[in-house]
Design a protein around this ligand. Structure first.
Ligand SMILES: [Zn+2]
Length: 321
């Protein structure tokens, strides 16, 4: 059993937890420990059979193909991105005001990138987010996912490579905007992964790192039933402090942190507390009242404002020399 924090190397006063796999409801249990120095919660031993715990969660390729050519949506989204990026675009501003938010708009705004940016999405699955960004007018879109069947070349130029970051970094390619949406916590070697991301980052570029966080109300409150602990798939549940330590090791610094937790931290964790596996088809609405769901959303917003949400978006840049 590992007895050293794999982020800061501290070996003193680690607190151990026995955590059951709960998404599939297999009940298999795993040892995790939290480091009191950096706050990182991590699995003690990385299981050899991790792939057994990933059961076909991918969106179908056919569903993705529908996003390749969607002229009406392309028209609307292009206007919306223009308005979001500060151009005078009344059509876009109108749709941004009345329609469901474009998921990626806050990320590109906070990252300070425009439509010419070379974008890399790490752990992109079939490339859903990249296909959506293509509809908004982004031109240089590449995805990485070691678990797709093979490389995918969409007709609109979006490419998904069956690769990991160190392999791509070895080619010398660089990107202006590298996104890791809830993928880093699945990777066994954290410093190696982030170091590769730093190598892939072009001068002046930015890394968007979105991960679950253990210095959160949800971990404090739910402990082994915290839905985002997700044993054994989540190998690392970082704290804001351990992200800063890891970033520093890789020549990066945190430019900005934006908590983006949602009501899921409550709905998912409450289900686990009641012993209900997440993979059951029961919908939130059958279990929680409308008033409860509203309360959960409000609580999430409050935690985000206080910096205690159970996940956040970190914007990382190269350390200033
Ligand atoms: Zn530590």
């Amino acid at each position: 059993m590992s007895s050293n924090c794999r982020i800061c190397e501290n070996s003193e006063s680690l607190t151990h937890y026995r955590v059951a796999e709960k998404m599939m409801g297999s009940g298999d249990a795993f040892d995790y420990f939290q480091c009191p120095v950096c706050g990182c919660l991590q699995i003690s031993d990385i299981p050899d059979n991790l792939s057994d715990y990933y059961a076909g969660g991918y969106y179908s390729y056919r569903r993705m193909k529908r996003l390749e050519h969607a002229p009406l949506r392309r028209w609307g989204d292009t206007h919306r991105v223009s308005a979001g990026l500060g151009e005078k675009d009344f059509i876009g501003a109108f749709f941004n005001a009345i329609a469901k938010p474009l998921e990626y708009l806050p990320w590109v705004i906070d990252g300070g990138v425009d439509r010419n940016a070379r974008v890399l999405d790490v752990g992109c699955g079939q490339g859903r987010l990249l296909l959506r960004m293509a509809l908004g007018g982004f031109r240089h879109l590449t995805g990485l996912d070691p678990f797709v069947e093979q490389d995918i070349h969409y007709a609109n130029g979006v490419t998904v490579l069956k690769q990991d970051m160190p392999t791509l970094a070895a080619t010398g390619q660089q990107f202006d905007f590298i996104m890791l949406h809830h993928s880093l916590e699945h990777m066994p070697a954290q410093a190696e992964a982030l170091h590769a991301a730093a190598q892939l980052m072009a001068p002046g570029g930015v890394i968007l790192l979105r991960i679950p966080l253990s210095d959160s109300y949800a971990w404090e409150h739910y402990r082994e039933n915290w839905v985002q602990l997700d044993a054994p798939r989540h190998l690392y549940l970082h704290s804001r402090r351990s992200v800063a330590i890891l970033a520093k090791q890789c020549g990066l610094q945190i430019d900005k942190v934006i908590d983006d937790s949602s009501k899921f931290q409550f709905t998912g964790s409450e289900l686990y507390r009641q012993g209900i596996a997440l993979n059951t088809s029961k919908r939130d609405r059958k279990i929680f009242s409308k008033a409860q769901l509203r309360k959960f959303s409000q609580h999430a917003e409050q935690l985000n404002a206080e910096g205690h949400g159970d996940q956040a978006a970190f914007y990382l840049r190269a350390t200033e020399q």
